[in-house]
Design a protein around this ligand. Sequence first.
Ligand code: PEP
Ligand code: MN
Length: 417
Amino acid sequence: MDDGFLAVIEGRYTQLYHQIRAPLTSGPVTGPIRVVPRTSVPASGTGFFVNIGFFAGLFLGEVLAIVIVVMQPGASEEQIEHVIKRLEEIGFGIHLSRGTERTVIGAIGGVTEKAALATSGLEAYPGVEKLVPIQKPFKLVSREFRKEPTVVKVGPVEIGGQEVVVIAGPCAVESRDQLLETAEVVSKGGGAILRGGAFKPRTSPYSFQGLEEEGLKILAEARERYGLPVVTEVVSPEQVSLVAEYADMLQVGARNMQNFYLLRAVGKTGKPVLLKRGMSATIQEWLMAAEYILSEGNFNVVMCERGIRTFETETRNTLDLNAVPVVKELTHLPVIVDPSHGTGRWGLVTPLARAAVAAGADGVAVEVHPRPEQAWSDGPQSLTPERFGRMMEEVAAVAEAVGRTCRRPSAVLGSKQ
Ligand code: PEP
Ligand code: MN
């Protein structure tokens, strides 16, 4: 009848994991904790600290602890409240996740080591099934922390729900006319979110670096005119507040995936973040980058696979579609795919967009330009309006075939191939 609460407990240093402590012995909890005898304690819960070790390190006496408590099926509201109250007393912030199957209490906080240890007493609270270890190095991001998929809201658009969301727009905002023209195409084509770089992290210092704030203003105008939320890249921590003023979603690009100061800064805004995979990043490194953002309290993160460097030179990158089901297994966060940067060739964009959706992606991000041959950047991988319209029809057909929905074009787009 009822669902359990899941509680997981772990610890890390506030600043750095420089020591993993030896497993602690579990013993009778003393002090202010009320120990309530329980009839059945699951084996996995017993001696939790002994089994998994308590990843707590000393940092001026304080640890950053993450505790996940799973409640028993049928645990009452009162029992849940009781556990929450105790966790709050210890000094934790609470993330409550009520699933259809079970409710999980996640507790996060920089607390003293002694206080963190006190959480072991929760195993004996009425209604508590177990404390669950998160053995992966990424914690808040992990499926163990949150079983239910996270749905990220970008304006009125939901990523990670039933709808396959298409993000589209030019590589860079080049001019007001170019962007507004593209926004109209995106809107009529069924794109849900408009993209466009105002700050461009270019490989060469001599390449076009973006229109900067003027570009942001143009994006905001396009949002007003076409009702499309806007995603744009932020390349440095100092610019986060400026970009966040205009954008609905902040993009962290492949080249910045391990810019930890930037990750923390976008985490602090609470705004949705599109986190692109670094071109040489493993899936675990990518998830750890997301962990930085979540550890600032911002759970609105969408993972974006955009191709990795391999020995293959025929395409700009190798689009790693393995990553889609792998990442969905490991995290509750939505995953989308960018076949434009993933392949570097417009002719490959539509087939890979279809494949991404078939593999379970929650969306795709593609580059569209009214005249790709005149684009200031990434023209060869940009779709014309007409090609974008066709891609949308095909992506929608695949989405429906896999039990999802996707907007379709409301008008015929473009006139030329
Ligand atoms: C982009 O999407 O504009 C971009 C620069 O992509 P990436 O960071 O994946 O190279
Ligand atoms: Mn680009």
